[in-house]
Design a protein around this ligand. Structure first.
Ligand code: SF4
Length: 390
């Protein structure tokens, strides 16, 4: 087996359809569902033509967009096509992203029967005022019902997405969402800070001062609240925004196996419009717009829009950035073996400064951000430069 096959890979499938566009979202998706059928045909062709030799996959993540706008039969066909075309592990983790307002008790049962064994539910908030601000199509009651139906359908590995940092949101409001989330006994929680993308309706509202975001201090308080509350209630933080809990004594917390690919530099392939792939040392991505993606495939061409070969220095910097996102941090021994450099020798001076400011902690085996450092990930990561490498 080649070097790239030493690590199990992940398969990501992007479903580019949503019922309605949320004002803060810059993921690629469209609301014209008339293209679903030709898209599925093109996706099957893409799956059949992707050539990845010597790679075994242990995750399939069907995300978007809103994959739950598809029929369960279409999801089954995607799973079957992936299982047939790629070499996959017997215990492959198959995650489907679903959004309340697009599913029913029956459709969840059918997704389970189709082979989906993990759900990621885009709850965002359990409170009507927050959901209205976020422009979501579902109500607070539908959010709760979706989780109930998912359990009834037999899902025992469920992740919820929540968003915080909304205008006028205070600690009490955010604790309301966190409390509701843990009451569902979810196995996994992703708590994302609302990020403002300039080319979105929300971005334009913020730029024009029509909407006032909470102060940095408030956002920091909400971030601290998230960690304090969830760790007190049995969750393990394993990445800045991601938390998982054990489901039995001595068992591993239910981390998202797929998400971990992105932070550990594991190989992954992305299928569908705008999907990104990484097979060391190359990163490549598909055409973003559905019509361009389909045009390529219908013409018998590859849907890949661009490729970028990472230099050794780029790989090192990326490994630092991704490693620092995780709670354990950068594993010094593995880093040294991978890149043939001594992390401590190269970055000693920088780390001393960060340690002094309580932004970074160093152990015998790892270099990780402190909680305070996590709030400044981007500015800390850019301070590590390739000129430091010795
Ligand atoms: S449902 Fe998700 S992918 Fe679709 S527009 Fe809203 S945030 Fe974006």
């Amino acid at each position: 087996m080649s070097e790239i096959a030493d690590k199990f890979g992940g398969i990501y499938v992007h479903i580019p359809f949503c019922v309605k566009k949320c004002p803060y979202c810059d993921f690629y998706s469209i609301t014209d569902l008339s293209g679903v059928s030709p898209f599925l045909k093109a996706l099957r062709r893409e799956i059949e033509t992707v050539s990845v030799t010597d790679q075994v996959f242990d995750t399939l993540y069907i995300g978007g967009g809103t994959p739950s706008v598809l029929e369960a039969e279409s999801i089954r066909q995607i799973i079957d096509a992936a299982n047939t075309h790629f070499t996959v592990c017997d215990d492959i983790e198959i995650t489907l992203e679903v959004n309340p307002g697009t599913i029913s008790r029956e459709s969840l049962r059918d997704f389970r029967r189709a082979g989906v064994n993990r759900l990621n539910i885009g709850i965002q908030s359990f409170q009507s005022n927050n959901l209205r601000f976020l422009g979501r199509i579902h109500s607070a009651a539908e959010a709760a019902l979706t989780i109930e139906w998912a359990r009834q359908a037999g899902f025992d590995n469920i992740g919820l997405d929540l968003i915080y940092g909304l205008p006028a949101q205070d600690k009490e409001n955010w604790l309301g969402d966190l409390t509701r989330a843990i009451e569902t006994e979810t196995e996994h929680l992703s708590c994302y800070m609302l990020t403002i993308e300039s080319d979105t309706p929300l971005g334009r509202d913020v730029a024009a001062a029509r909407i006032q975001l909470p102060s940095d201090g408030t956002v920091r308080e909400l971030f601290d609240t998230t960690i304090d509350f969830l760790t007190t209630h049995g969750f393990v933080q394993y990445e800045i925004s991601n938390f998982a809990r054990q489901t039995g004594a001595g068992s591993e917390p239910r981390f998202s196996r797929h998400n971990q690919k992105y932070w550990s530099f594991a190989p992954y392939i992305g299928l569908g419009p705008s999907a990104h792939s990484f097979i060391e040392p190359e990163r490549y991505w598909n055409h973003r717009r559905l019509e361009n993606y389909m045009r390529q495939i219908e013409a018998g061409q590859s849907p890949i829009a661009e490729r970028e070969k990472l230099t050794r220095e780029q790989m090192i910097m990326e490994a630092i950035y991704l490693g620092l996102r995780t709670t354990p941090g950068i594993e010094l021994d593995a880093f040294g073996k991978r890149f043939g450099i001594n992390f401590l020798n190269s970055f000693e001076a920088k780390m001393a400064d960060f340690e002094k400011d309580d932004l970074l902690k160093l152990t015998q085996t790892h270099c990780a951000l402190t909680r305070k450092g996590m709030a400044f990930l981007d500015s800390i990561a850019v301070m590590f430069t390739s000129q430091d490498i010795v």
